[in-house]
Design a protein around this ligand. Structure first.
Ligand code: ARG
Length: 472
């Protein structure tokens, strides 16, 4: 046999090479600097693989137990932060293989029987995605719980709801807060799908065709707590939809939270000022001593751009790629890790913002001075008196215009003007109609801002969050 070439040393694939890799290419090809995050998952896989190899007779009992002890030892060192990571390893899979060789010698060479890095990386990234999707699901549940608590705390606060950033109609602040919960719940749902995509045993697929060894995939699935076994080995090696789905979930979370962050920032601008974001989540200015800026919310808004970029990254790596494994796929993980780590930070910081958010109720009350908030209620009153809605809309529109040009509130329009535009309105009727509590009580539909509905929604969410918290 020819002696081991320089190319073979430390690589999992060197046999047919006589030349060592070009050093610049070698560095370019290496992914350890990011995929080292898969170390714990690779070790879990190696434990399961060892048991499967024993079950099909590739390893005898003694060999299997020596390998398991070696894996346990590496894992103990990893947990204790004692494991010295050899930076020259090509990727995390090579690192683990080399570590195993260091700890238990030539026996380690048997562990890669019936598998390829193609199914290994596919499995390892699935375990990572499953765990992280579950953790993000939990973090979002926590965020939703904190927002529902704020909705409950401020359940009596009314304020102008806006469209186009202009005053529109009176709302319960809780109604707005619960709309955030609805939105976040849609993000949260994406993590359930992410878990589903990841929750499959793909080992035994080998490079693309399966393996000649009778690897018990159900045994591996049980060991790794996975609910099913793949039905197509060729799909496994090139499929990264679990990565795509999780990164999409992160991107959607980012987009949702950035919209909420924007609401918070508008809500705390000085002239408006209904929100007081806790000082521990703000920073100051190096020049202007008075400044207290809501940087936490701004960074969340900005992070949504980072998260979207990761999604675009994974999509572009996959676009037009031939099916099955191609080395391009290695890039997916740098997007995946950035997305997951950024999303985790974003959700945690937002949770802290809501946990400490104070609402300046007196400012909210002052903002309700604007009677144009009742214009729609007034048009509805006219409809109740038999005026077709389009007519009613026009009449109230004219009243608003008159009030604007006279510089007075709607209810202070001269009686003659009101009588001329809308003779259906009886004197005093407007004043009786106008009022924030009245306005919200007039709303009758499901999902409206009627106080009884809002109250019920707070309770429903409290129950639902308790029920769904451990779902994945
Ligand atoms: N580091 C590689 C990746 O992340 C592992 C798989 C390598 N497979 C191969 N056939 N070269 O994709």
């Amino acid at each position: 046999m020819k002696p081991m070439s320089g190319a073979e040393k430390g690589k999992l694939w060197g046999g047919r090479f006589t030349k060592a890799p070009d050093p610049v290419f070698d560095r370019f090809s290496a992914s350890l600097r990011w995929d080292v995050r898969l170390l714990a998952y690779d070790l879990l896989i190696d434990r399961a693989q060892t048991k499967a190899l024993k079950a099909c007779g590739v390893l005898n009992a003694r060999e299997a137990s020596r390998l398991i002890s070696a894996i346990d030892r590496i894992d103990r060192d990893r947990r204790a932060g004692r494991l010295v990571i050899d930076p020259s390893a090509e990727d995390v899979h090579t690192l683990v293989q080399n570590e195993l060789s260091r700890v238990c010698g030539p026996l380690a060479d048997k562990i890669h029987t019936g598998r390829s890095r193609n199914d290994l990386v596919s499995q390892s990234s699935r375990l990572y995605c499953k765990e992280q999707a579950g953790a993000l699901y939990g973090a979002l549940t926590q965020l939703m719980t904190v927002i529902v608590a704020a909705a409950e705390r401020y359940r009596n606060v009314l304020l102008p709801g806006m469209t186009h950033l202009q005053n529109a109609q009176v709302l319960h602040l809780s109604h707005i807060l619960l709309s955030y919960v609805e939105m976040i719940d849609r993000s949260r749902e994406q993590y359930v799908t992410a878990v589903e995509y990841a929750d499959v045993c793909v080992l035994g697929s080998g490079a693309l065709a399966g393996t000649t060894f009778a690897i018990d995939q159900r045994l591996i699935a049980r060991e790794l707590k996975l609910s099913r076994v793949t039905t197509n080995s060729y799909d496994v090696s090139g499929d990264r939809d679990h990565v795509l789905q999780l990164v999409y979930a992160c991107a959607l979370t980012g987009t949702h939270l950035s919209r909420i962050a924007e609401d918070l920032m508008i809500g705390q601008t000085r002239p408006y000022g209904i929100y007081d974001i806790d000082a521990s989540l703000c920073t100051g200015s190096s020049m202007m001593p008075q400044k207290k800026n809501a940087d936490s919310a701004e960074l969340i808004r900005g992070a949504s751009g980072v998260l979207q970029a990761q999604l675009a990254g994974v999509l572009s790596v996959l676009k037009g790629l031939p099916t099955s494994y191609n080395r391009d796929l290695q890039w997916d993980k740098s997007f995946l890790f950035t997305a997951v780590e950024t999303a985790r930070d974003v959700v945690e910081v937002m949770t802290r913002i809501f946990a400490t958010l104070r609402v300046r109720e007196e400012r909210a009350a002052r903002l309700l001075d604007d009677e144009s908030l009742y214009a729609t209620d007034l048009a509805d009153l006219l409809v109740r008196k038999g005026v077709p809605f389009k007519d009613a809309h026009r009449k109230v529109g004219r009243m608003v215009l008159e009030a604007e040009s006279l510089g007075c509130a709607l209810s202070a329009l001269p009686a003659a003007v009101t009588r001329q535009i809308a003779p259906e309105i009886k004197p005093g009727e407007m004043a009786a109609l106008f009022g924030p509590e009245r306005s919200v009580r007039l709303k009758r539909t499901a999902g409206s801002t009627h106080p009884d509905r809002v109250r019920r929604e707070i309770d429903r969410w409290k129950q639902q969050l308790r029920r769904t918290s451990g779902r994945v």
